[in-house]
Design a protein around this ligand. Structure first.
Ligand code: GTP
Ligand code: MG
Length: 194
């Protein structure tokens, strides 16, 4: 999609605040600092529309970005950030679980993992939970600019094996917000599900 018009329409913590126009939605999930907000910015051709930070824990609400008045990206707080209090983490967990398990217009989830590392226990739990609910998943290995080309295949197999990749319900791609590689693949995946 060629994006010209983006608007942050809602910063929601509970279902009563979700947009009500029924447009398709795509959520981004992943560890804090993995690059969810950066991926959002790349998709919508903006530098820092979804606020990014080298400090993890930046995004703390469900942020609905309206794209071309056709669909929403939902930037979700990252999991696995130790400095967020236990109570806060439980609140985030509940908020994300409620949204993902009840939202009818959610057409798919983009689940981000770091291409350089074996997925964490929480990455695996998130993936398997989405798979269990039969939500279409695009598993994105991000920061791909940080690994050598020759290591991409190996990284892909490590990641897929760790999460128990289910090709019936999921697709996989590499992504970099620095080189923009993977941007078209991600957009194609989204557009096929709109
Ligand atoms: P939270 O909002 O805390 O959950 O983090 P987030 O997942 O939204 O991460 P964010 O997009 O803010 O990126 C975190 C850091 O990683 C920033 O310093 C980004 O510049 C960096 N980063 C994100 N994507 C990439 C990438 O593809 N390549 C490289 N090299 N750095 C990246
Ligand atoms: Mg963020």
């Amino acid at each position: 999609m060629d994006v010209h018009n983006v608007e942050m329409v809602m910063s929601a913590v509970s279902p009563s605040q979700y947009p009500e126009d029924g447009r398709p939605e795509f959520a981004l999930v992943g560890r804090s600092n993995v690059g969810k907000s950066s991926l959002t910015n790349t998709l919508i051709n903006r530098k820092n529309f979804a606020r990014t930070s080298s400090q993890p824990g930046k995004t703390q609400t469900l942020n609905f970005y309206s794209v071309e008045d056709e669909m929403y990206f939902v930037d979700v707080p990252g999991y696995g950030y130790a400095k967020v209090s236990k109570k806060k983490r439980e609140e985030f967990g509940q908020m994300i679980e409620t949204y993902i398990s009840t939202r009818k217009q959610l057409r798919g989830v983009i689940s981000l993992v770091d291409a350089r590392h074996k997925p964490s226990e929480e990455d695996v739990m998130m993936y398997q939970w989405l798979d269990y609910y039969n939500i279409p998943i695009l598993l994105v290995a991000t920061k791909a600019d940080k690994i050598a080309r020759g290591k991409l295949n190996q990284s892909e197999s490590i990641i897929k094996k760790a999460v128990g990749f289910d090709s019936a319900n999921s697709d996989f791609c590499f992504f970099s917000s620095i080189t923009k590689s993977g941007k078209d693949t991600v957009w194609n995946w989204i557009e096929e599900r709109m």
